[in-house]
Design a binder for this molecule. Structure first.
Ligand code: HEC
Length: 119
């Protein structure tokens, strides 16, 4: 009984390990942070709305300057997968591959920002 249980647990943890590794492989293409210099070129498709400086140019376009790399990648992938919907962003991300996304995320993440908390 115990032997059977141990075998079960082992099979389960192996499965967990394999799934964990698979997830790691999927995300690791982004873990090796994008190239902000290459991202500068991709940024040309974004600057009309988010600016070269990452500050939203219209009242309805968000600031993305200095945003976390992981957050930017996640947001862009979500638009691409249709999990997050925006007419504008869906059109934009359609033209980007994974490398473009990593690079443009690295570009905007690399912008240095300072903040001032209201008194
Ligand atoms: C035509 C205008 C337009 C262009 C061009 C555009 N965006 Fe956007 N972007 C928007 C709008 C509007 C939103 C807000 C959408 C929403 O409500 O989810 C947005 C949202 C985002 C967000 C999510 C921000 C957050 O705080 O969650 C990211 C990241 C982003 N854009 C990155 C980019 C990048 C990178 C490019 C260029 C490859 C780009 N955008 C091009 C209009 C634009």
């Amino acid at each position: 009984m115990i032997k059977k249980l141990t075998r079960h647990v082992r099979a389960d943890s192996m499965r967990g390990l394999i799934l964990g590794l698979a997830a790691l492989v999927v995300t690791s293409s982004f873990a090796q942070a994008g190239d902000s210099t290459a991202g500068r070129k991709v940024m040309e498709q974004c600057q009309m709305c988010h600016g070269k400086d990452g500050l939203g140019k219209m009242s309805y376009t968000p600031n993305i300057a200095g945003q976390k790399y992981d957050y930017l990648v996640h947001a862009l992938m979500a638009y691409k997968a249709g999990e997050r919907k925006s007419q504008m962003m869906s059109l934009v991300v359609k033209k980007l591959n994974d490398e473009d996304i990593a690079n443009v995320a690295a570009y905007y993440a690399a912008i240095k920002i300072t903040v001032e908390v209201p008194q």
